[in-house]
Design a protein around this ligand. Structure first.
Ligand code: SF4
Ligand code: SF4
Length: 155
């Protein structure tokens, strides 16, 4: 007898739960408010990612093709999974040897987008970009040199 009562209680409990959910659905159907669903990929041409979106790490350059990277290596040291490799070179400026950036290598295929490199950079020269379509056939295609060709250190 008890089993039958429990069974009936379960059936009514399930129906009550279903009706609660359907009430929300019907309410939203007639009064949707702000629509947040994106029609991707149809809206590819107009889709703008949100400011806080972390798509890819990139190096900020100004109009004169200058960046702020001093090749200090702090981003490399802070990256938890070795996605960054900073290669420096020595140049002679005013008869003095100076260390400058040669290549800032970023392996996006290993990056977890944690943001530690961006936070740790003392010159604020790293930032997150808005790229969201990063599918490639070879993982090596996700390796990038973040300093642009012929770029120099900003004064
Ligand atoms: S976002 Fe995180 S995982 Fe990616 S390169 Fe920077 S520190 Fe490394
Ligand atoms: S990007 Fe920033 S933290 Fe990384 S080497 Fe350059 S100056 Fe240092």
């Amino acid at each position: 007898m008890n089993a039958i009562v429990e069974y009936i209680k379960d059936v009514f409990g399930g129906m009550k739960s279903l009706l609660t959910g359907m009430t929300v659905t019907v309410k939203y159907f007639f009064s949707p408010g702000e629509i947040v669903t994106q029609q991707y990929p149809e809206n590819r041409d107009t889709l703008k990612m949100f400011d806080r979106f972390k798509g890819n790490v990139y190096m900020i350059h100004n109009d004169q093709n200058q960046h702020g990277c001093t090749a200090c290596g702090i981003c490399e040291m802070n990256c938890p999974n070795g996605s960054i490799e900073v290669i420096a070179k020595q140049v002679v400026v005013d008869e003095k040897k100076k260390k400058v950036l040669d290549k800032h290598i970023y392996r996006m295929g290993m990056c977890t987008f944690c943001g530690l490199c961006v936070k740790a950079c003392p010159t604020k020269t790293l930032a997150f970009g808005q790229e969201y379509e990063n599918s490639v056939y070879k993982r090596s295609n996700l390796t990038r040199i973040l300093n642009k060709p012929n770029s120099t250190l900003a004064n």
